[in-house]
Design a protein around this ligand. Structure first.
Ligand SMILES: NC(=O)C1=CN([C@@H]2O[C@H](COP(=O)(O)OP(=O)(O)OC[C@H]3O[C@@H](n4cnc5c(N)ncnc54)[C@H](O)[C@@H]3O)[C@@H](O)[C@H]2O)C=CC1
Ligand SMILES: O=C(O)C(=O)CO
Length: 386
């Protein structure tokens, strides 16, 4: 028999049972659910990644909706269990939902929510931080100081790369990729080259206008280019940041061949998903090219790193913290809770998943809608008129 899972319960007499597989930042999300007659159960098990069996035990016999995490495997087994328990809603507390089998959710009539928008700037800021940390060798230099090795200024000490006037390459210029591009263009006066399946007209207009502003002020204007292929970005850019979704088309997008296409002194940043990069090939490339540097927030087999990566001085590694600002994490919890609540209450789906600000205003009740349901169309859910 499966061991019982420890939980914390809010509003025990609530009509609808909503389970969160993890404690999430802030209290607004709990209060919003309680106000709408939900009993909220939060898993307190001291285990970072819950198994499918753990989550089945949490769902139990009656469950109206679940808020889950990107570390969990939401496939046929869990959606079948949720559906058997009467559940109609699941939300990832994440914008990426490659851990979710949406077809299985569709089959069981379960709405799948995600949390776009609220983490765009926070994630882009970490990509910018990793770009700078790699370019200026900040982690290596920090370790050198702490080891007591600094005995005076030297002309060659930790010489890195200047960003100004160089080219930043963005692969996947959606919400986060575009926000990162703007930061690097505006902050460091870098030229932009990007590759995406779709044109990013707003981003192009921004770089054009900023270039004109610089020119009018007697400075070198910045430029942009939409690349016809990813290889064009890899060949031309000095700093390359990866921001696509993870799917079949982006798995191992960066591999031995594409790494060989990049400049020997290029910087590669990954704040998307680990499997977008072939990490074994990356470790080998880092070994062969000491001037090539990477900043990684995500890893192919999280929480593990491929052998050798931790030893590489030309790699900066952080534990999947790109969206970890207080405001963002509280907002993600709110959007995830409202996705589930909206479906339970029969609300429509919000018409613009890029415009979720009304749900995040703490001084007003949120709109009566689910902020972002990725399979709304497949399930034929009504869409709010805004
Ligand atoms: N490290 C972290 O903590 C975080 C990671 N993420 C990851 O970032 C991803 C992107 O998030 P958003 O910008 O909000 O999503 P988005 O949907 O706005 O942007 C993704 C972009 O990738 C493009 N794309 C898809 N397939 C492509 C391909 N084969 N080649 C080039 N471009 C392609 C899409 O056209 C789109 O413009 C998420 O799916 C998630 O996996 C998001 C937030 C935090
Ligand atoms: O939202 C996501 O997709 C993350 O990876 C964590 O914020």
């Amino acid at each position: 028999m499966a061991k019982p899972i420890s939980i914390e319960v809010y509003n025990p007499n609530g009509k609808y049972r909503v389970v969160s597989t993890k404690s999430m930042p802030g209290t607004r999300w709990i209060n919003l659910l309680i106000e709408q007659d939900c009993r909220v159960e939060i898993c307190t098990q001291q285990k970072t990644i819950l198994s499918v069996e753990d989550i089945i035990a949490l769902i139990g016999d009656k469950c109206d909706g679940v808020i889950g995490q990107l570390t969990e495997d939401w496939g046929e087994t869990l959606f079948a269990a949720l559906s058997r328990a009467g559940g109609k809603a699941f939300s990832n507390m994440a914008v990426g939902y490659n851990n979710v089998d949406v077809n299985a959710a569709n089959k069981h009539g379960v709405a799948v929510g995600n949390t776009p928008g609220v983490l765009t700037e926070t994630t882009a800021e970490l990509a910018a931080s990793l770009s700078l940390a790699a370019a200026r060798r900040i982690v290596e230099a920090d370790q050198f100081m702490r080891a007591g090795l600094y005995d005076g200024w030297l002309p060659h000490l930790f010489v890195g790369n200047l960003l100004k006037g160089q080219t930043v390459g963005v692969i996947g210029a959606g919400r986060i990729g575009s926000a990162y591009a703007r930061m690097m263009v505006e902050g460091f006066k870098m030229n932009l080259i990007y590759y995406d399946l779709y044109q990013s007209t707003r981003l192009e207009k921004f770089v054009t206008a900023y270039g004109e502003f610089l020119k009018a002020n007697g400075e070198q204007p910045v430029t942009w280019k939409r690349a016809a292929s990813m290889d064009e970005v890899l060949r031309e850019a000095d700093v390359i940041s990866l921001h696509p979704i993870l799917d079949k088309t982006t798995y191992h997008l960066i591999n031995k061949e594409s790494l060989a296409t990049m400049k020997k002194e290029a910087i590669l940043v990954n704040c998307s998903r680990g499997p977008v990069v072939d990490e074994v090939a990356l470790v080998e490339h880092l070994k062969q090219n000491p001037m090539f540097r990477v900043g990684l927030d995500v890893f192919e087999d999280e929480p593990y790193m491929k052998p050798g990566l931790a030893d590489m001085k030309n790699a900066v590694v952080v534990p999947h913290i790109a969206s970890a600002s207080k405001w963002t994490r509280e907002g993600m919890a709110t959007l995830a809770a409202l996705n589930v609540l909206g479906k339970i209450k029969g609300y429509p789906v919000w018409g613009d998943p890029n415009g979720v600000a009304p749900f995040l205003n703490e001084n007003a009740p949120p709109p009566a809608a689910s902020p972002s349901i990725v399979n709304a169309k497949a399930l034929g859910l009504p869409v709010s008129k805004l």
